[in-house]
Design a protein around this ligand. Structure first.
Ligand SMILES: Nc1ncnc2c1ncn2[C@@H]1O[C@H](COP(=O)(O)OP(=O)(O)O)[C@@H](O)[C@H]1O
Ligand SMILES: [Mg+2]
Length: 307
């Protein structure tokens, strides 16, 4: 287990402290209309262990997201992140609770919400352009209108040069850029992203984070982004919703004090590090007493000299 030295962590500012510019940005965000309201959302599943009854994947989760806000949801594996975003996308039904888009209660999938998954979900038999046109065709646009709009979205994600290629001809990062263009093309109010860069290598992932921030600066869309990567959440988000598991509940909602525009250069800044330390405390709580440690079964015949 690694330990920050007390002196370095004591030198960090409080993660709740905001510079005047950051505080002004949050004040402006809160003045904008609420696009998405999640109201006491609960989802239970039958347990795999029949005797255990029901598993509460999410319990009474409530939050609001303002127009053009970028919100990340973070939490340990199994805390209900995918369950939450699938319900918001209309791919699953809550056991109880409500969701509102622009103040109107909604259920079921609809074009107001676009979704990007971790796995590549492009249609392999369609070109990049036809993949992006798909939702526009479904919305009843003429072929010419769909094609010209698709071209604009493909330009925006920087893929004009491969508009006629097929998904298997693209790298992982390019496929996710097509997936983002496809999700944005029908002009959703909210873009929902479930660990979209989780399968990419570190360098491509960093590039995709910058691309996404750039896309978001140019499009009037609100983003709800799920990740289990602490740095990714801090780099992208205005606010971070921290979930805990069993049952999935909100632990804390953090206003990220790192100024925009963001870049990887800020990783070492005091605000970034202070936020990271807080997320670490919430998500990786230290094992305090020996009784909380995992029982270790010794599988080696070597003596104690290995320690
Ligand atoms: N379709 C399902 N049937 C039964 N249990 C499920 C189902 N989907 C999720 N769960 C359970 O709900 C909890 C949260 O899962 P999930 O939302 O996938 O978490 P995360 O995405 O945060 O890793 C887990 O305990 C998981 O086993
Ligand atoms: Mg998940």
């Amino acid at each position: 287990m690694s330990h920050l030295s007390d002196t370095s962590s004591a030198a960090l500012p409080d993660y709740r402290a905001q510079s005047p510019a950051v505080a002004a940005r949050f004040a402006k965000i809160k003045e904008r209309p609420v696009v998405l309201t999640i109201d006491k959302l609960t989802r239970t599943f039958p347990s795999a262990d029949a005797a255990a009854g029901l598993v509460t994947a999410l319990n009474q989760v409530s939050f609001d997201i303002h127009r053009r806000e970028f919100v990340c949801v973070i939490g340990p594996s199994g805390c209900g992140k995918s369950t939450l975003i699938r319900m918001i996308a209309g791919l699953d039904e809550p056991t109880s609770g409500r969701m509102l888009v622009d103040g109107a209660e909604t259920s079921g999938p609809c074009p107001q919400r676009g979704m990007v998954f971790q796995g590549y979900t492009l249609f392999p038999w369609l070109t990049v352009k036809k993949n992006v046109m798909f939702g526009l065709d479904m919305a009843g646009k003429s072929e010419a209108a769909a094609e010209s709009e698709a071209r604009q979205w493909i330009d925006l994600v920087g893929l004009s040069h491969v508009a006629d290629a097929y998904p298997h001809q693209l790298s992982g990062g390019m496929k996710q850029r097509v997936a983002i263009a496809r999700a944005l093309a029908p002009n959703p109010r909210v873009l929902l992203m479930d660990e979209p860069f989780g399968a990419l290598d570190a360098q491509t992932r960093a590039q995709m984070q910058s691309h996404l921030l750039e896309i978001w600066r140019n499009v009037d869309v609100t983003i709800l982004f799920i990740t289990h990567d602490l740095d990714e959440a801090i780099l992208l988000a205005d606010r971070i919703i921290v979930l805990k598991a069993h049952p999935g509940e909100i632990q804390e909602i953090i206003e990220v004090p790192v100024p925009r525009p963001r870049s990887l250069d800020q990783l070492q800044s005091p605000e970034f590090q202070a936020t990271r330390r807080r997320l670490d405390e919430l998500i990786h709580p230290k094992l305090h007493t020996p009784a909380e440690r995992l029982p270790i079964v010794r599988l080696t015949q070597l003596g104690d000299d290995v320690e």
